[in-house]
Design a protein around this ligand. Structure first.
Ligand code: ADP
Length: 459
């Protein structure tokens, strides 16, 4: 008869499962780099490396008033961005709530709602003491942030490949969404011209560079996980037939959350990760994202907790039904548990009793914090592999560069930035200290406006 495992035994086991050695990080980075190259070489790869038709960096001197509209997962956001040059800007914005029905309703109706909200925004900010001054006959340039995978062949055109983030509006997939939106804009007779259709990651890249000119890469660590960077057109063989000048640079939206999907050859997945994958609405897809993003980290921790409850290690004699509900543990709570500053871990007492009606011993709370740390650290170190792949490929180790990052995980998870850097040092040694991450500017508002300005200048 085997002796029963203790909490300490479990912790040692989990440490082994969730810890990535420097050697492992280097192997993943190597495979990641090959995957990025493959996506640039051939069409329709797992990591699609989408050409964005955003050419080169902003000068920082882009000026003027631009409207930006961002169809996000939860809200519709409308912004007026006043670019002042010298990397400075002002933003005025309004948010309009999207209902679950709207996300599933006819696609054209969804765009009508976007146009109608834009009209409300323009009307309420125009007039005597309004900030908007549109002369009769004048049209303001509009940037549209539409962060769903689109096939583009120019900056103001994009065919929706598939809806993500819970959207399902019919008659939209396979259609040019820029054209659909323009139809709605015309219907409301708005004084705007849709000049650019962009993804939030690309917007973040451009907005970060406007403010920090040494930015070369942008990453999003929120509900999902993605990155964009600036590539030489001559190094994107799959678009050779478009005849674009090879001396130009173009931003690439990597859609890197898909790394290692389907084959599962490179990423060390635990049994908890496999459960999450198999019970997700898209099994086998977004394999990298599932180990990193805010949508999953809380659930990974919850599955570990449930296993220890079943094993008779945690919360003995208590009713644990509340923590046994799928997705009951938000990633924000994992982040709070890790950052608990008190010796007694009072924050964790509060979280466990308030959300799950569970009392905890100090040993249990220390265990919970240790698990949170393992999960958060793994996510940041895996992110370092993606950044490391781009950095290595583009030769930024020598020159050094800045990486603009956005999303709640980067902004709020304790130590996330430091752990990315630690991961980069494990991959490349001390010279990785030339690579900095920073909190990026608002990509979907400011970035979109700057791209609209750059587009106008090119025409
Ligand atoms: P989105 O990616 O949808 O634009 P966010 O960047 O805010 O928005 O990311 C939302 C995700 O971040 C959610 O999955 C949520 O669980 C997670 N999250 C929210 N607050 C925190 C926090 N304080 N620490 C870590 N993760 C958080």
């Amino acid at each position: 008869h085997a002796t029963k495992r203790t909490m300490a035994d479990h912790l040692r086991r989990l440490e082994t499962l969730f810890t990535l050695t420097p050697q492992r990080l280097r192997m993943i980075t190597h495979a990641f780099r090959e995957t990025l190259d493959l996506g640039l070489e051939k069409k329709e790869q797992v990591v699609p490396m989408i050409p964005t038709f955003v050419f080169g960096w902003p000068t920082g001197q882009e000026k003027g008033d631009y409207l930006a509209i961002d169809l996000g997962g939860t809200n519709l956001r409308v912004c007026l961005v006043h670019l002042q040059g010298q990397g400075k800007f002002e933003v005025t914005q309004s948010k309009y709530r999207l209902t679950e029905e709207q996300k599933q309703d006819e696609g054209q109706k969804l765009f009508d709602f976007c146009a109608e909200s834009l009209k409300t925004f323009i009307d309420s900010n125009s007039g005597e003491d309004g900030i908007l001054n549109i002369e009769p006959g004048q049209n303001l340039p509009l940037g549209f942030t539409f962060s769903y995978p689109c096939r583009q062949d120019s900056i103001d055109h994009g065919v929706l490949i598939r809806w993500t983030k819970g959207f399902g509006a019919p008659n939209t997939e396979g259609h040019n969404v820029a054209e659909m939106f323009q139809k709605s804009l015309d219907k409301f007779e708005l004084p705007v011209t849709l000049t650019a259709l962009i993804n939030d990651t690309t917007g973040t890249l451009i907005a970060s560079h406007y403010v920090h000119p040494d930015t070369r890469i942008a990453c999003i660590f929120g509900t999902g996980c993605n990155a964009a960077y600036m590539e030489h057109v001559k190094d994107v063989p799959k678009i050779k037939d478009l005849g674009i000048d090879g001396d130009l640079d173009m931003a690439i939206n990597c859609e890197w959350g898909a790394f290692d999907s389907f084959e599962h050859e490179h990423l060390p997945r635990t049994k908890y990760d496999i459960i999450i994958d198999e019970s997700s609405n898209k099994p086998a897809e977004q394999a990298f994202e599932k180990l990193i993003s805010g949508r999953y980290l809380g659930e990974i921790m919850r599955l570990v907790i449930c296993e220890l409850i079943d094993d008779g290690i945690l919360f003995l004699g208590q009713n644990t039904y509340k923590v046994e509900v799928p997705n009951a543990l938000d990633t924000a709570l994992v982040s709070l548990m890790e950052s608990d500053p008190t010796d007694e871990l009072l924050m964790i007492i509060g979280i466990m009793s308030h959300f799950f009606a569970l009392e905890t011993t100090l040993a249990e709370r220390q265990f919970l914090r240790a698990i949170a740390r393992l999960i958060g650290r793994r996510a940041a170190r895996l992110s370092a592999c993606g950044i490391g792949a781009i950095v290595g490929k583009m030769g930024y180790l020598e020159s050094g560069c800045n990486v603009g990052c956005d999303g709640s995980l980067y902004n709020k998870y304790p130590g996330f930035a430091g752990r990315i850097q630690e991961g980069l040092v494990d991959i490349y040694g001390e010279k990785a200290r030339n690579i900095y991450t920073h909190h990026a500017e608002d990509g979907s508002g400011v970035g979109s406006a700057i791209i609209a300005a750059m587009t106008k200048a090119r025409k």
